[in-house]
Design a binder for this molecule. Structure first.
Ligand code: DCM
Ligand code: MG
Length: 241
């Protein structure tokens, strides 16, 4: 898609939601950590110590009223609930989220590559659905990298047998690299930190793979098209919440 030097900022991203794709989930938490490529190239990890993220990171986290019931498992693993989000007066996914997200991305040096683990089947399509629901979108040439198949590909290149048996869940990759438990799994911010730290463990290879494997945002298909009756804000003018 681009040459390895092209992506200047990598925006690590995770969503927590009400369920799995067949539940037609809605987003309940979003987190983005934006890191310039120079900090990814210059943050060597000591694998005997607790891994450290780069010092210079822009961060954005939202809690969102999904306006859809959590499945029991989603509620259990995320620690989020409809009751708690309502009690904390968190608004729905609205144009305010879009404006802040656009501002956050606009201030990063481009080209930008969004990075999510299992992002191609889950995080990217679902974010596109939520944006579509409010009549919004991201720039179509924004890069999107799914680290799950890239980690598998890197292992296959090194050792085919091993790659067939190994789990590529984010937490398992973290445990393999660092010999520790990741912190705050299934919170959007915890998962983004874990993703950034596993990326750092293989940053040169992953940045090279980003140039080959990243897709364009405009080619990501929404997870589902909101049904007309599910549209929460039909034909909403852009300047209303
Ligand atoms: N999820 C789910 N059931 C699972 C795993 C995940 O419903 N067994 C949903 C809820 C999570 C979302 O996927 O908020 C994102 O998963 P993760 O926390 O791994 O990023
Ligand atoms: Mg998560």
């Amino acid at each position: 898609m681009a040459s390895p030097q092209d992506f200047q900022t990598f925006v690590f991203f995770d969503v927590e939601t009400t369920g799995l794709p067949y539940d037609k989930p809605c987003v309940a938490e979003l987190c983005f950590f934006a890191v310039n490529r120079c900090s990814l190239q210059n943050s060597p990890q000591d694998f005997l110590q607790t891994p450290q993220p780069p010092r210079i990171v822009d961060k954005l986290t939202f809690c969102i009223d999904p306006q859809k019931p959590f499945t029991a498992i989603a509620e259990e693993i995320t620690g989020l609930s409809n009751h708690d989000l309502e009690e904390n007066c968190k608004p729905k996914f609205n144009t305010a989220v879009v404006e802040v997200l656009r501002g956050f991305l606009d201030r990063q040096t481009g080209p930008i590559c969004l990075v999510a683990h299992n992002g191609f089947p889950y995080d990217f399509p679902l974010l596109r659905t939520e944006l579509q629901r409010v009549g919004a979108d991201l720039p179509p040439d924004t890069g999107c990298l799914d680290t799950l198949p890239v980690f598998r590909k890197l292992d296959k290149a090194a050792d085919v047998d091993k790659a067939a048996k190994v789990s590529y869940k984010l937490g398992e990759i973290y445990r393999r690299f660092y010999g520790q438990e990741p912190t705050r799994a299934h919170s959007a911010e915890g998962d983004v930190l874990t993703l950034l730290l596993v990326f750092l463990a293989k940053a040169p290879e992953l940045m090279e793979q980003a140039a080959k494997e990243a897709r364009k945002w405009g080619d990501i298909q929404p997870m589902y098209v909101p049904e007309p009756e599910e549209r929460k804000w039909p034909n909403l003018p852009k300047d209303l919440p």
